[in-house]
Design a protein around this ligand. Structure first.
Ligand code: HEM
Length: 194
C-alpha cells in the first residue's frame, strides 16, 4: 500500500525534498513571530469570510481567535521557533486533529487558495520563504487528504464488521424462536445449552 507521504507527494505535485526545504534554514529566526501572527490572521480572515458556504461551514464550531493562535503557534514551532503549540496543545498529531473535518481534495484546494492569497499579501515574508512555506503547506494539505481517505476506509471496514455481527445476532435470535425440533443441529438454539 502507498504511504500517506507518497500519496501527499503524488496528489500535491510537491516532492518531499521541496516540501521539507522549510528545514534548510530557520524561518522563525529569519521572519520573527509577528510575520506568522499576521499570516494566520490574514488567512483566517479570508476563511471566515469565504463566499463558499460549504468551506466556511467546516470552521463553524471554531472561534476565529483560537484558530488563528493554533495555526501561528504550530507554524512558528514547525519552522524553527519555540514549542509554543505543544506547550499549550500537546503533540500536533495533525491527521488525528483533523479527523472530525471533511478534508477532501476540494477542501485542500480551497484551503490552499486562501493561504496563497494570504502569503501574496504578506509584505513581511520574502519571496524565497513564501515559496518554501507554500510547498510545505501544499504537501501537508494533501497528506491530510490522504489521512482523511484512510479514515473513510477504516470506517467502512468497521461498518462491515458491525453489519456482520448484527446479521449473526439476528440469525441466532431467529433460530432461538424456532420450536426445538426444527432447530438446525449446528445452531445456538436454547435447547443446545443443556
Ligand atoms: C487541507 C485542508 C484543511 C482543512 C479543511 C483544515 C481544517 C481545519 C479546521 C476546521 C480546524 C479547526 C480550527 C481550530 O480550532 O484550530 C483546523 C485546525 C488546525 N489545522 Fe487545519 N485544515 C486544513 C489544512 C491544514 C494544513 C495544511 C495545516 C498545516 C500545514 C493545518 C494545520 C492545522 C492546525 C495546527 C490546527 C490546530 C489543531 C488544534 O490544535 O486543534 N491544517 N484545521
Amino acid at each position: 500500500m502507498q504511504s500517506l507521504q507518497a500519496k501527499a507527494s503524488e496528489w500535491s505535485g510537491v516532492d518531499s525534498a521541496d516540501a521539507f526545504a522549510i528545514d534548510e534554514i530557520n524561518l522563525f529566526q529569519k521572519l520573527g513571530l509577528e510575520a506568522f501572527v499576521n499570516l494566520s490572521t490574514n488567512f483566517y480572515n479570508r476563511v471566515y469570510d469565504d463566499e463558499e458556504e460549504w468551506f466556511r461551514s467546516i470552521f463553524a464550531n471554531s472561534k476565529k481567535e483560537d484558530a488563528i493562535q493554533n495555526q501561528y503557534e504550530f507554524f512558528a514551532q514547525r519552522m524553527g521557533g519555540p514549542p509554543l503549540y505543544s506547550q499549550r496543545r500537546g503533540h500536533p498529531a495533525l491527521i488525528g486533529r483533523h479527523r472530525p473535518f471533511p478534508v477532501t481534495h476540494e477542501a485542500a484546494e480551497r484551503w490552499l487558495h486562501h493561504m496563497e492569497q494570504a502569503l501574496d499579501s504578506s509584505s513581511d515574508i520574502d519571496a524565497d520563504s513564501k515559496r518554501k512555506m507554500f510547498n510545505f503547506f501544499r504537501h501537508t494539505a494533501f497528506f491530510l487528504v490522504a489521512g482523511d481517505e484512510l479514515k473513510k476506509t477504516q470506517n467502512q471496514t468497521q461498518n462491515q464488521t458491525q453489519n456482520q455481527t448484527q446479521n449473526q445476532a439476528q440469525t441466532q435470535q431467529q433460530q432461538q424462536q424456532l420450536p426445538c425440533k426444527n432447530a438446525p443441529s449446528n445452531s445456538h438454539h436454547a435447547c443446545k445449552n443443556f
